[in-house]
Unconditional design. Structure first.
Length: 268
């Protein structure tokens, strides 16, 4: 489904995250989705380019010159309300580089975007012994949505990497939930999340795990720890990179493709 999103308002939920509120004429595609990591593909059209209607981004490749192709960025859709036609997106504002972050920093009511989706596959399993939710700011929206979906008697451990004290976001956790904030504090982020996951005292039983964020940290550090040292089953873990240092979303897709190829080759 492609829908047009119109900005209705915005507020800063933390010093580095701007929540943009949208209205849409048609969010019916969300009706069948109860994943807490629901995401949409936001389409940023190039100014001055006329696009065919209806817009099919994939079909444009090979037709338009590369510089005229829209930029596509992936974002978690928060609080979709099909009847009201509203949803929100929490954008990490990470500086002047990129497309979506700078757009969000300056978005005004009346601005529009196209969105495709939703995708998403994870929802906390109510039968799990406990829940482990780990990520950086990019995964914070999905973690907030997962925390809100936990049963009142659920046990949860949440670890979130943010820039500095003051960047903590509000989240609804059951009494058995604990959140730990980890800070980059201007230093290298390498290994900080893994160190926190390693240092965690694990509750009894097997967790249902959600780990997303910067790809090197998640896929090359935390993933081997969970599957190797902790011996977790694949179907108990939702894990993927959401972005990669030094790469745009386009070149990050190539990184993911290369990683998948390398893993396939190693397995054969
Ligand atoms: C399923 C899914 C859900 C996601 N949900 C969200 C969400 O709800 N909120 C959100 O903010 N992000 C989310 N992301 C991550 C988001 O898609 C990427 O961060 C994306 O690269 C941002 O696009 P951009 O145009 O701002 O930067 P790009 O043009 O892609 O990249 C430009 C530069 O900015 C750097 N960069 C990109 N993201 C970050 C960041 N978070 N912190 C620091 N530097 C960065 C890149 O390394 C690159 O050097 C999600 C990703 C996936 C796959």
């Amino acid at each position: 489904m492609t829908t047009r999103l119109t900005v209705t308002g915005a507020d800063w939920t933390t010093p580095h995250i701007r929540r943009i509120h949208f209205r849409s004429d048609d969010l019916s595609a969300f009706a069948g989705s109860d994943a807490t990591d629901r995401y949409v593909k936001l389409v940023f059209l190039q100014p001055g380019v006329t696009y065919p209607e209806p817009l099919d981004v994939r079909a444009l490749r090979g037709i338009l010159p590369p510089e005229h192709l829209p930029d596509v960025r992936t974002y978690t859709a928060l609080f979709p309300d099909v009847a009201a036609g509203t949803l929100a997106i929490d954008f990490v504002v990470h500086g002047d580089e990129g497309v979506a972050g700078p757009w969000a920093a300056h978005a005004q009511p009346g601005d529009t975007l196209l969105a495709n989706g939703p995708g998403g596959a994870y929802r906390p399993d109510p039968d799990a012994d406990w829940h482990l939710l780990v990520g950086d700011e990019s995964a914070l929206p999905a973690i907030i949505a997962a925390a809100a979906a936990l049963d009142a008697d659920a046990v949860a451990r949440v670890i979130v990497l943010v820039e500095e004290p003051g960047d903590e976001a509000a989240m609804a956790l059951p009494d058995g939930g604990r959140v730990q904030w980890v800070y980059r504090a201007g230093g290298p982020a390498d290994g900080l999340l893994l160190d926190a996951v390693r240092s965690l005292e694990w509750p009894v039983g097997t967790p249902h795990v959600f780990v997303h964020g910067e790809a090197q940290e998640v896929m090359h550090r935390i993933r081997p720890y969970l599957f190797g040292e902790r011996g977790l089953r694949r179907d108990r873990v939702s894990i993927s990179g959401y972005w990669r240092y030094g790469r745009t979303e386009e070149s990050f897709r190539e990184w993911k493709h290369e990683l998948a190829e390398a893993e396939r080759a190693a397995a054969s």
